[in-house]
Write a protein that binds this ligand. Structure first.
Ligand code: ZN
Length: 142
């Protein structure tokens, strides 16, 4: 796995902003397409990533209770839509400005890109701490 949950991956999109998810990023036929970045919210098999997208399309699937259990996706995404993309369709990870875009997890103290407070008291807990049953009680996170 080259990328992780929380990364923003650079993808090619069609003129109506649909992700080109099944073609090599450097495929000549698509080099003139625009690029756009999308957040990874889950991992699927070895070289596939689940990306959060803004709208329902033919290739997107709705995030439901079944998909949360299957892919261990954060439940705060319920009702939104996602794509599964092959690693070779990704053009890399969007570079981040750490001071501007990252936030420290209140449990493991790691900085996570593009994080927002996700606890009732304004703290932020990263995905891996949030899904670890041991930490939920000790640190009172949800
Ligand atoms: Zn953490």
């Amino acid at each position: 796995m080259e990328y992780h949950v929380g990364d923003k991956l650079i993808c090619r999109v069609s003129s109506d902003e649909l992700v080109i998810f099944d073609v090599d990023f450097n495929d000549r036929r698509y080099l003139h397409f625009k690029t756009k970045s999308f957040e990874v919210i889950g991992l699927h098999n070895k070289r596939f990533y689940i990306l959060l997208v803004s709208a329902a399309t033919d290739s997107a699937f709705e995030l439901t209770d079944d998909t949360f259990n299957l892919y261990k996706i954060d439940r705060s995404h319920k009702g939104r839509y996602a794509y599964i993309i092959r690693e070779n369709a990704v053009g890399g990870r969007q570079k981040i400005d750490f001071y501007r875009d990252a936030r420290m997890c209140c449990v493991c103290k790691q900085y996570i890109p593009y994080a927002e407070p996700n606890q009732a008291d304004g703290r932020f807990a990263c995905w891996s701490c949030k899904t670890d049953e041991r930490y939920k009680l000790i640190h009172n996170i949800k």
